[in-house]
Design a protein around this ligand. Sequence first.
Ligand SMILES: O=C(O)CCC(=O)C(=O)O
Ligand SMILES: [Fe+2]
Length: 158
Amino acid sequence: MIDRFLRQYGDRPVMYARFSFYPPCPRPKLVHGLKPHADGSAITILLQDKEVGGLQILKDDKWYRVPIMPYALLFNIGDQIMSNGLLKSPVHRAVTNLEKERITVAMFRSPESGSEIEPVKELMDDKRPKLYKIVKDYTATYFQYFQQGKRPINAVKI
Ligand SMILES: O=C(O)CCC(=O)C(=O)O
Ligand SMILES: [Fe+2]
């Protein structure tokens, strides 16, 4: 199974980093650090600020704070299509605060650009039909939908 996933990643999977700096904000209730989204990567590895929290995860329509654990790496599932909905990408956001700046580093792991991604056969059957189309450049779709405030994964559903 792992093999099936890796084959789709191709020989040159993509890894890119985002360094985020969230300055103190005079109106934290009104301003997001990063608006609600699920990541467009297959997997994200996040190093949080070791003193200042801000990451929140949405579960059952409630926002939960992610605790800070200094130097711990947080692994997050992105909108990967291969698991046919078995692995779900959580919606999360970063909130601001009045007093302290916050720095995080996220590493996004995605399949080789241009490779065709689709749910693996072993995770489809009568009870679990194919949920997603074959996707060639999810990153482009992702940012288009992200900007419009829509969930990009819905764009590739069958
Ligand atoms: O800065 C954070 O805590 C979250 C960053 C994030 O979710 C992202 O860059 O996609
Ligand atoms: Fe994210």
